[in-house]
Design a protein around this ligand. Structure first.
Ligand code: PHE
Ligand code: ZN
Length: 875
């Protein structure tokens, strides 16, 4: 049974801490099953605290208390009380600084939750964000308590030759019994969620970076021995990120040493611990034969993200966890821009918006919808969401759009200047932006408290006599007062040229950002001798749903002529979506299907052009994702969506096969190991063509896929070919899957792909295959990457098979959630997501999903994590 009813924490109940911690001295004797922690805290009553409460409440979980002393005197058990989650000292000194010494022990080996101190392939490592430090020792585990840490690690020389913690290494020494010790000192005060330690047999890759002010920084990446040759890209990305942050934000690194450790068992992507980032191996390790182009880009983005946190997160941190988007939204925006500057800006924007609209919009439309600054939570780990991260980044991006690049930089400079060394709020951030630019952003702040995706309804009227076009924009959202929404707009003449925009008395411009600040507003564009086509919400300038009726012809026109790369792609997506939706209706009504030739023509047009940016070209040829289509339906019909989309894909392949074949041939080169934009683009367009061609199921195309699979010298090509083989009637399916496994069985990250590919297959035997894979010797419920690659991929990326009408997918998922609940609540709770959107489906599926959620609610010892998601979904 669970706790009677887990407690809800509210933003409105925030109080400053009763006590402060000035410094922490940790002495940690490492052992797999019995690690000893001695913590000496220099503390003081918080002068800003006006609470009557005198008692000092420290939090701690799964700790064995050994002893406790106050100012050098052991405390008897009458002077403190212990509960499973706290240690309370009744009467600490009120007037002076005091020293509290606590000794406790912990068992890292038993820690399968991967929070606190745990074991990964024999290595000891920590994960403290958000509230994991309390599983290491008793503490004031909240981000507004910032202290200086000095950490001494003691361990066996053979088992733990490398001993790491935050800051600078200040002393080392030897002990008897083959043990040694290292002392680390972090000169920057920090909250305990940024504490880290790592101990193990690790290999080191080293480099150097010289900062703008000519300080030399040592860069070190630590990995297991067999991965030593896969760190080059991560190291290069780190140096690129350091250079970029100096150039774009004027921010230099502040310690003399920057360390990254790659671990195989990790709940998330990576963690920005001060001076000692801990990474999921997935976001560090890459070699051309084991990692795809996509992996390379993700590694660059995550390395940059964690590096950027040093300023946006560490030097300035969050006052409380409701402010999580302060560091995450801003840092995601920074990493998106970093990637845009190093790859293709248009492509990056499209991919980010795609993720937002497919996943974040779904979250925002479901029972777990919350503002980017939530107002209440049961378990904070449940709020590391797409909303806080991705929508949070969109809100920061809107500020960038409103203030311009320069204004945004002036604002961020002021933010750093005002708040360096502090734990602050989202309001502090927006206030700095407003003050630096002398603008009023009070209306803009509503974005921080509204949940759900706002809608803009747009209509237009062209008046020939006055040569004006009137655009009416109407907004709807959960916010009681209207939001401030930047709507980037352009006009395109019938011949494809830019129509200049003249609004009121403003000077003519090629593009304008309309400020929608009222519920309903009209904008009148003057001097338009002919009716232009409107290109609205360019670059996806706000995270909203835009309703504007446009004819298929207009969409096809914009696909050919819009000068905004995002909107050009968007026009194609809308065109394809409309056609797919009308086919879905045909399927539902039992009518026969035909493909509207306008789509074939539009694709033909795209295919006939010469493209510089082949990745962008590939995106123009991609049909909207099934998840994105589902997101737009009142009652989701996964089968009809899949059937209609496959039909369109096959028809396009049929009609345009000459284009696809010749493009394939001209771009199929062996450029393994080349990661320039052009080589990546060639692989991408070629594999897009291969995927279309596979729909034709000809011997010739089967042969093409098999040859590519066998000859590939890089993972992008190999996995793309395997995917095509697996999802067609290819005769060599079983043997290809087997040979891939044999080839890569020692590379965990490649085997994750092998599991993932099979889990995502829409073929009818997938569910049986997934069940069999659960029994595969390489599957392990204790390794989050494996869980995500099999259970996560199946339930989140395979709508037709997961939503099987008989409910087998739902039952399977609930079984796994229940099994994971005790092992790893964070991962278990992430796996619940595909059950939470049950209201969007037909009644039969609703009942089946609900029944599984109810079964999950009955889980013995249900964790707060799973309880919060399941109960809120049923409410
Ligand atoms: N703060 C990490 C990041 O976004 C994510 C994270 C959260 C990692 C919680 C582990 C635990 O960079
Ligand atoms: Zn982050």
């Amino acid at each position: 049974m669970r706790n009677p009813s887990p407690q809800t924490i509210y933003l409105k109940e925030y109080r400053v801490p009763d006590y402060l911690i000035h410094s922490v001295e940790l002495n940690i004797v490492l052992d797999e099953e019995n690690t000893r922690v001695v913590s000496k805290l220099t503390m003081e009553r918080n002068p800003d605290c006006d609470s009557e409460n005198i008692a000092l409440d420290l939090v701690g979980e799964q700790l064995e208390l050994v002893s406790i002393a106050l100012d050098g005197k052991a405390l008897g058990d009458k002077n403190y009380t212990l509960s499973p989650e706290s240690l309370t000292i009744a009467q600490p000194p009120q007037k002076q600084v005091f020293m509290l010494a606590i000794e406790n022990s912990i068992n890292p080996k038993a820690n399968t939750a991967l929070e606190g101190l745990y074991l990964s392939n024999g290595m000891l490592c920590t994960q403290c964000e958000a509230e994991g430090f309390r599983k290491i020792t008793y503490y004031l585990d909240r981000p507004d308590v910032m202290a200086k840490f000095t950490t001494t690690l003691i361990g066996d020389k053979d088992k733990y030759p490398v001993l790491l913690s935050n800051g600078n290494k200040v002393a080392t020494g030897e002990l008897k019994n083959n043990r040694h010790w290292v002392t680390w000192e972090d000169p920057f005060a920090k909250p305990c969620y940024l504490f880290a330690l790592v101990a193990g047999q690790l290999e080191i890759i080293e480099d150097k970076f010289t900062t703008l002010s000519e300080r030399e920084i040592d860069l070190q990446i630590f990995v297991e021995a067999h991965d030593k040759d896969k760190c080059g890209h991560a190291m290069k990305s780190l140096k690129d990120a350091m250079t970029w942050d100096e150039k774009v934000y004027g921010r230099e690194y502040d310690l003399d040493l920057y360390m990254i450790v790659a671990v195989s068992h990790f709940n998330m992507g990576a963690m920005e611990n001060k001076g000692l980032n801990v990474f999921n191996t997935k976001f560090v390790l890459a070699s051309p034969d084991t990692a795809s182009d996509h992996d390379y880009e993700n590694i660059g983005g995550v390395i940059a993200h964690e590096y950027f946190h040093n300023w946006t997160g560490n030097r300035i941190t969050c006052r409380d966890w409701f402010q999580l988007s302060l560091k995450e939204g801003f840092t995601v925006f920074r990493d998106q821009e970093f990637t845009a500057d190093h790859t293709s800006r248009g492509v990056k924007r499209i991919e980010d918006v795609d993720l937002l609209r497919t996943r974040q919009f779904a979250e925002d439309a479901g029972p777990l919808s919350h503002p980017i600054r939530p107002e209440a939570y049961i378990e904070i780990n449940n709020f590391y969401t797409l909303t806080v991260y991705e929508k949070g980044a969109e809100v920061v991006r809107m500020l960038h759009t409103l203030l311009g690049a320069e204004g945004f930089r002036t604002g961020s400079d002021l933010y750093f200047q005002r708040h360096d060394g502090q734990a602050v709020t989202c309001d502090d951030f927006v206030n700095a932006m407003a003050a630096a630019n002398d603008v009023d952003l009070s209306q803009f702040k509503r974005w921080y408290s509204q949940a759900g995706t706002p809608v803009i309804n747009a209509s237009q009227h062209y008046d020939e006599a006055s040569q004006t076009l009137t655009l009416v924009l109407e907004q709807q959202s959960s916010s009681p007062e209207p939001l401030q929404i930047p709507v980037k707009t352009g006009l395109v003449n019938k011949d494809g040229s830019v129509a200049s925009i003249r609004l009121d008395d403003e000077a003519a411009a090629n593009e304008i950002t309309l400020q929608l600040t009222e519920d309903k507003q009209s904008f009148v564009f003057k001097d338009l001798p002919q009716k232009p086509v409107v290109s609205l919400l360019r670059g996806f300038s706000a995270p909203v749903k835009l309703n504007m009726s446009q004819s298929l012809e207009e969409l096809a026109f914009l696909l050919s002529y819009d000068s905004d790369p995002f909107n050009r792609w968007e026009a194609g997506q809308k065109l394809a979506s409309e056609i797919i939706f009308s086919l879905i209706e045909d399927i539902q009504q039992g009518r026969s299907l035909t493909l509207n030739p306008i789509l074939i023509e539009a694709f033909d047009n795209v295919l006939a052009q010469d493209w510089d940016d082949l990745s962008y070209f590939s995106l123009l040829l991609a049909l909207p994702d099934e998840g994105y289509l589902a997101e737009q339906m009142k009652v989701v019909d996964v089968d009809a969506i899949h059937e209609a989309r496959e039909y369109v894909k096959t028809k396009l392949a049929d009609n345009l096969q000459l284009h696809f074949s010749s493009l394939y041939q001209s771009h199929h080169k062996d450029e393994s190991g080349c990661f320039g934009k052009d080589a990546i683009g060639r692989r991408r367009i070629k594999n897009t063509c291969l995927s279309y061609l596979s729909k034709l199921e000809t011997q010739e195309n089967h042969h093409l896929a098999q040859t590519q699979f066998q000859d590939a010298g890089n993972m992008t090509d190999q996995i793309a070919a395997l995917n095509v083989i697996l999802n067609s009637g290819h005769p060599a399916k079983a043997e290809s899957l087997e040979s891939f496994y044999q080839q890569w069985q020692d590379e965990a990250l490649v085997i994750d792909k092998w599991f993932g590919l099979q889990a995502c297959s829409p073929m009818p035997d997938t569910f049986a295959r997934v069940q069999a894979l659960m029994q595969h010797p390489a599957f392990d419920l204790k390794t989050p990457n494996r869980v995500r690659s099999l259970i996560g991929a199946f339930s989140q990326s395979n709508p037709v098979r997961y939503h099987a009408a008989n409910g087998e997918g739902y039952q399977f998922l609930a079984d796994q959630v229940i099994a994971l609940n005790e092992l790893n609540p964070q991962v278990a709770s992430r796996m619940v997501t595909p059950l939470t959107g049950w209201r969007r489906f037909d009644e039969a599926r609703q009942d089946l999903m609900k029944a599984q959620l109810e079964r999950i609610m009955q889980t013995e010892n249900i964790s707060k994590d799973v309880y919060e998601l399941a109960s809120k979904s049923l409410a």
